[in-house]
Design a protein around this ligand. Sequence first.
Ligand SMILES: *Cc1c(COP(=O)(O)O)cnc(C)c1O
Length: 238
Amino acid sequence: MQISYDEFKARATAVRARMDAACRQAQRDPATVELLAVTKNHPAAAAEFAARFGLRAVGENRVQEGVAKRAQTTARIAWELIGHLQSNKAALAAAHFDRIQSVDSAKLAGLLGRAATAQGRTLPVLLQINAGTDPAKFGAEPDAAAGLLDAALAQPGLQVDGLMVIAPLSDDPAVATRTFANLRELRDRLTAASGRPLAVLSMGMSGDLEAAIAAGSTLVRIGTALFGERTAPVAPAG
Ligand SMILES: *Cc1c(COP(=O)(O)O)cnc(C)c1O
C-alpha cells in the first residue's frame, strides 16, 4: 500500500459519496448501508487508516493473513473473514474473527458453531450463496440455502446475521444486477419461511457497489477504491 492517510481519507470520502448517491437514487437512507474496508494484501496500516476514519470493520480473505495483521495492530476495529474458509481452519477463524461472512456448508456451520461454543462465545456469521451461479465462485447453491440456514440456526454458538454474495466477473453489468436481485429475493423467501430477519445483505465491491445498493445491499466490501490496486495476486483461498 503506497498511500498516505490523507489520500486514504480522500478515497474513503469519495466512496462514501458514491454510496450516498446510490442510496438517494434508490430512495434509501444512507445510514442503512455500511462501508467495510477490505484490507487483504495490504499492511496492518490499512486497518489503522480504516479505524481512524471511523469505520466499524475491515475484511480479510485469508485466515492466517487476518490473524497476523490483527496481532500487529492496536486499532479498535472489528475483523471479518470474507474469503473461503477450509474446515481445518474453522476453529482458528472462530477464535480470531468477529464475524465470518463465508459460511457455505452445513459442515462448516457445525465446525464453527462447536468451536464458538467451546470458546464460550457466540459467533456472528453470514451465509455465502452462489446467487450468480458462478462455477468459479464459492458459496452454497441457492437450492441448498434453506438447508444451510437450518443447519446454522441449529448451532447455539452461531448468530446468523444475513447473506453474502460475490457477483461473477463479467463485462456485462446486468450479471451483477441479476445476482444481487437473486440474493435479495432469496433472503426475502428465507425470512418469510424461517421468521428470522437475516437483515445483513453483504453485496457490492469497488466496481459494482451502485448496483448492489439499488438491489438492497446493507454492506459493501471495498478494497481497490479505498487502497488502490493490490500488488500480490489474490487467490480465493482460506
Ligand atoms: C477482494 C474482495 C473484495 C474487494 O474487492 P474490490 O474490487 O477490491 O473492492 C470484496 N469482497 C471479497 C470477498 C473480496 O475477496
